[in-house]
Design a protein around this ligand. Structure first.
Ligand SMILES: [Zn+2]
Length: 296
């Protein structure tokens, strides 16, 4: 057993009394560990890039303690100010990736677009963005990655849609054969991640929600605006509506435009040109359908 000189003990005691923050090493910010883990899982998101993106951790975490991260990017003031008038409220876009943890590209491409959003001259900067690249960190960071969260719940079947209580379990039993990858949860909104995403919709009040998935290689759409026809090579192909899905919740219950982008491959990113074309076509749709709406 090591003996510690009484003078050193005194010195340590006085240090801890006068300056506890120096005596106890502060834990690393959540971004450090989170970005290290994300970088191991997603080859296209090196930790330094992840750390440079200004993601902020929510006060709640996933069941396994992973941070729920988001980044808000408001337009530069000059983009929304009008001479002699108060600035209009910028249109708001909520962009979500990785709600299904085994759809790796759905998170990777949102990280990519988040990097593009840092360009203050981008047309996209006329909007106020809230970007959530990894909505299901427990699923993405599981070994192997899994669609559901750590409670075995498909978050995209857990939203409190109007038909959840009557249909969610019946749909799961009859249409999926009780597929464990599609379990909607014991009750609607039972999962921390679902509740947190719903809070983002309530607090941010987006004009559009864009949710990225894979691997069906199509676009899906729910809600009131003109439906998009094509982003890049992805054509509109409405898959139908599911009890507890974000499209059902946002598009039907909240009357919000919800665009679902289904990338063609869950583990291999589209070529850079296709990443750009999907993004550019989305901005064109936003400009034609969202930007010109009058402010209420
Ligand atoms: Zn999915």
């Amino acid at each position: 057993m090591h003996r510690i000189a009484p003078t050193l003990l005194l010195a340590l005691a006085s240090l801890s009394l006068s300056s506890p923050a120096r005596a106890i090493a502060s834990p690393p910010p959540p971004t450090e560990d989170w970005c290290a883990a994300i970088g191991k899982r997603l080859g296209s998101v090196p930790p330094p890039v992840c750390r440079s993106l200004g993601l902020q951790a929510a006060t709640v975490t996933s069941a396994r303690g992973h941070a729920l991260m988001s980044r808000d990017i408001a337009p530069p003031t000059r983009k929304i100010a009008q001479a002699g008038k108060a600035p209009a409220r910028a249109r708001r876009i909520l962009l979500i990736g990785g709600i299904h943890g085994d759809e790796l590209t759905s998170a990777s491409i949102v990280f990519r677009w988040l990097q593009w959003l840092d360009d203050a001259n981008s047309e996209a900067r006329q909007y106020h963005w809230r970007v959530i690249p990894v909505a299901n960190p427990d699923g993405l960071l599981n070994n192997p990655p899994q669609r559901v969260n750590s409670h075995g719940v498909d978050l995209n079947r857990n939203f409190p849609t109007t038909d959840w209580n009557s249909d969610a379990h019946a749909y799961w039993a009859k249409k999926t054969g009780r597929d464990p990858r599609r379990f909607p949860g014991q009750s609607a909104n039972s999962e921390t991640e679902t509740r947190w995403l719903r809070e983002q919709i309530e607090s941010f009040q987006p004009d559009v929600v864009v949710s990225v998935h894979a691997p069906f290689g199509i676009l899906d759409y729910d809600g009131p605006a003109h439906q998009p026809r094509r982003f890049g090579h992805l054509n509109l192909n409405r898959l139908g509506i599911y009890p507890g899905s974000l499209g059902n919740y946002g598009g039907i219950a909240k009357n919000l435009p919800v665009i679902t982008i289904e990338l063609p491959n869950a583990t291999s990113m589209p070529p850079p040109r296709e990443q750009r074309e999907i993004w550019d076509d989305m901005l064109t749709w936003l400009r034609r359908n969202i930007a010109s709406k009058t402010t209420s």
